[in-house]
Design a protein around this ligand. Sequence first.
Ligand SMILES: NC(=O)c1ccc[n+]([C@@H]2O[C@H](COP(=O)([O-])OP(=O)(O)OC[C@H]3O[C@@H](n4cnc5c(N)ncnc54)[C@H](O)[C@@H]3O)[C@@H](O)[C@H]2O)c1
Ligand SMILES: O=C(O)C[C@H](O)C(=O)O
Length: 308
Amino acid sequence: MKVTVVGAGAVGASCAEYIAIKDFASEVVILDIKEGYAEGKAMDLMQTASLNGFDTKITGSTSDYSKTAGSDIAVITSGIPRKPGMTREELIGINAGIVKTVAQNLVKESPNVILIVVSNPMDTMTYLAHKVTGLPKNRIIGMGGALDSARFKYRLAEALEAPISDIDGMVIGGHSDTGMVPLASQATRNSVRVSEFISEDRLQQVVEDTKVGGATLTKLLGTSAWYAPGAAVSALVQAIACDQKKMFPCSTMLDGEYGLSDICIGVPVILGKNGIEKIVDVPLSDAEKAKMKESAEGVKKTNGLLDV
Ligand SMILES: NC(=O)c1ccc[n+]([C@@H]2O[C@H](COP(=O)([O-])OP(=O)(O)OC[C@H]3O[C@@H](n4cnc5c(N)ncnc54)[C@H](O)[C@@H]3O)[C@@H](O)[C@H]2O)c1
Ligand SMILES: O=C(O)C[C@H](O)C(=O)O
């Protein structure tokens, strides 16, 4: 199993580290445009191998895509992150050009690759990857919902004063400050609805904190987050590499599902060796349906800024 990670920055390096530590891939190639940067990150990570007990071989490349040839999975993290006060959508001007070139270069060297798009604005970058590569829809996956759901569970565990392992919950919709749709009415603590443990107001606070999870961290860090994003990407990569058939909310091209078409947005999917193996239709309340529709309108507005 060969995995390429494009972008050796905060998220790319974190994701490569988690993949290596889990020890399911034979090879990870990190690629960046900054001279020597990916090679340096790869060497540093390889020097953790004997300490962390993994055999995954990590190599770096400065813009040489021939080193990525034959990748089974490629993760696109290249592009600029937001600064405090910015929205993810404001990154489109720079990141669209980067994601377009990177996706095309990856597919040229690895025609059977499964792409995982991370660069923001992620739903629109996932849509762009479709338009510029023409890969089948099961082989282009946007990572956002897995991260947002992890943040939702963190906030729920905090509110319920419960261990996170007791909590289950999911966030669908667009990966944006206003477009996320945390499915609060369906979240549970060991099969019991969380609304049995906290007030409606507290649950609403959890929802709002979840939606601005990325912005909150960006304000604290001065740039956007990387540990949980890296862990979320590595979970998706592992589900595909190990054919786990796990369910995650991911941004995927919809063709009538959830009443939406010609849009990439977060919905629950089953991930296995073929990438997205199934889109799962979860029954939504009328309020959740309305929020999903509004979220889709926001993503389509951003997609409209693309030159495709
Ligand atoms: N989808 C999500 O949930 C999620 C989570 C976190 C971050 N992000 C996004 O991921 C992206 C990366 O964030 P980061 O914190 O790692 O940023 P970063 O600045 O630390 O790293 C980005 C890297 O991309 C490289 N790069 C730029 N252009 C390139 C190109 N054409 N080819 C190869 N490499 C190139 C840069 O040299 C840099 O090393 C941002 O757009 C950020 O918004 C998305
Ligand atoms: O918040 C960001 O800009 C980065 C990422 O999308 C995140 O949610 O952490």
